[in-house]
Design a protein around this ligand. Structure first.
Ligand SMILES: [Zn+2]
Ligand SMILES: [Zn+2]
Length: 319
C-alpha cells in the first residue's frame, strides 16, 4: 500500500478521500474518529459516505469545524440500488443531510429491508425452522440485518452446517424461504441526491463487472464516476477515465475505508482526489438543478438557497 505522499493524480497530490464509512452504517469508527484519523493520515478533507444514511454527517461536520477548522468535510451518502441481479452503488456529494424527501425515502427503504427479513424468518418458522427475529437481530449487533445473520441463526440451531448450506437450501434466490430484495433503482437514487442539492456519482464501477451496464448507468443522470478505487486495476482506471472524458463526467476516488484493521477494501487515503478535483465537484453541486418537487420556485432563489446549503457544510472553501 502506497503512502499518501507518493500518490498523485496527474500533477496534483491526493488530499481528499471521497469514500469513507462510519459507525452510522457498517464502519468501525465514529464520524469524529474518522475525521481525526484523516487528519492524522495527512488528508486535507474527506467525504463521509455511509450506506443509505446521513446519520453521521452532522457529527463529523461539527467535530471537524470545532477541532480542525482547515479540514474540508463533504457531506455524502452511498445508496445501495439494484439493477436485475447487479448491486449498483450510487455516491452523493454535497447533499443536504436535512432534506426531508431524502430522509423519508431512506426510512422507507430501511423499513422495507427490515420487513423482508421478518418475512424470511416467518417463512422459515412456518417450515419448522424455529429461529427468532430477536436472535437474528442480536447476531447483526445493531447493524443492518441481512441474510448472513439468518443463516447464522439457522446454523446455531443445528439446522444447517454452514452459511453456504443455508443459502443453497433455504434462503438463496429461488429457494423456499427466499423473499426478493426490496428494489431501489439507481435512477431514483440519482434523483434523490440531486433533489438534496448533491452530485450523484457511480461508485466503484469495476465491482459491477459489466461495462455495458456501467455505460448505461452513466446515462441515468450520473455526474461523475469513481475512477480511483482500491480494487480497480490500472486497466480499469484507464477505461473509466476514458468513459469520464467521453461523457464529460467528474472523476472521483476514495478508499471505501471501513475502519477495519485488516484493511477491508482500502486504507484511509489510499485512493482519493486532488484539491482541484474536489473543487470541480463543489462547483457542480453549486450549479446542480433541484428536482421538480423542491419547494423553492424562483430560479435564482433556488441557486442561492443551494449555495447556502453547501457552504454551511464546508469548514473551508478551496481556493
Ligand atoms: Zn459500495
Ligand atoms: Zn462504500
Amino acid at each position: 500500500m502506497q503512502g499518501i505522499e507518493s500518490l498523485v493524480e496527474g500533477e496534483q497530490k491526493i488530499v481528499l478521500d471521497l469514500h469513507v464509512h462510519s459507525t452510522a452504517s457498517d464502519g468501525l469508527l465514529t464520524p469524529p474518529e474518522l475525521v481525526e484519523e484523516a487528519v492524522a493520515a495527512g488528508l486535507e478533507g474527506m467525504a463521509l459516505t455511509d450506506h443509505d444514511t446521513v446519520a453521521g454527517v452532522e457529527a463529523a461536520w461539527a467535530y471537524a469545524r470545532a477541532r480542525h477548522s482547515s479540514f474540508w468535510f463533504i457531506p455524502g451518502i452511498e445508496m445501495n440500488t439494484d439493477v436485475g441481479p447487479h448491486e449498483v452503488h450510487v455516491l452523493g456529494y454535497f447533499i443536504d443531510p436535512r432534506y426531508e424527501p431524502l430522509l423519508n425515502r431512506l426510512e422507507e427503504i430501511r423499513q422495507a429491508r427490515f420487513q423482508r427479513n421478518l418475512k424470511m424468518v416467518a417463512k422459515l418458522n412456518a417450515m419448522g425452522y424455529k429461529i427468532s427475529v430477536e436472535r437474528v437481530s442480536e447476531l447483526a449487533q445493531g447493524g443492518l440485518i441481512g441474510r448472513p445473520h439468518i443463516a447464522q441463526a439457522l446454523m446455531e440451531k443445528g439446522y444447517v452446517f454452514s452459511i453456504r448450506e443455508a443459502f443453497e437450501k433455504l434462503i438463496g434466490q429461488g429457494k423456499p424461504a427466499y423473499v426478493p430484495r426490496y428494489k431501489f433503482l439507481p435512477e431514483e437514487a440519482v434523483q434523490l441526491i440531486k433533489g438534496a442539492g448533491g452530485v450523484p456519482v457511480l461508485a466503484h464501477p469495476g465491482l459491477i463487472q459489466n461495462d455495458d451496464l456501467v455505460e448505461r448507468l452513466l446515462t441515468l443522470g450520473m455526474e461523475g464516476i469513481e475512477v480511483y478505487y482500491p480494487e480497480h486495476s490500472e486497466k480499469d482506471i484507464e477505461r473509466y477515465l476514458e468513459m469520464a472524458r467521453k461523457g464529460g463526467l467528474l472523476i472521483t476516488g476514495g478508499s471505501d475505508y471501513h475502519g477495519t484493521p485488516e484493511e477491508y477494501r482500502g486504507k484511509l487515503g489510499c485512493c482519493g482526489v486532488s484539491r482541484s478535483a474536489a473543487k470541480s465537484i463543489k462547483e457542480k453541486a453549486l450549479k446542480s438543478k433541484t428536482n421538480e418537487n423542491m419547494e423553492i420556485e424562483v430560479d435564482d432563489k433556488k441557486e442561492s438557497y443551494q449555495k447556502q446549503r453547501i457552504d454551511q457544510f464546508n469548514t473551508r472553501s478551496l481556493e
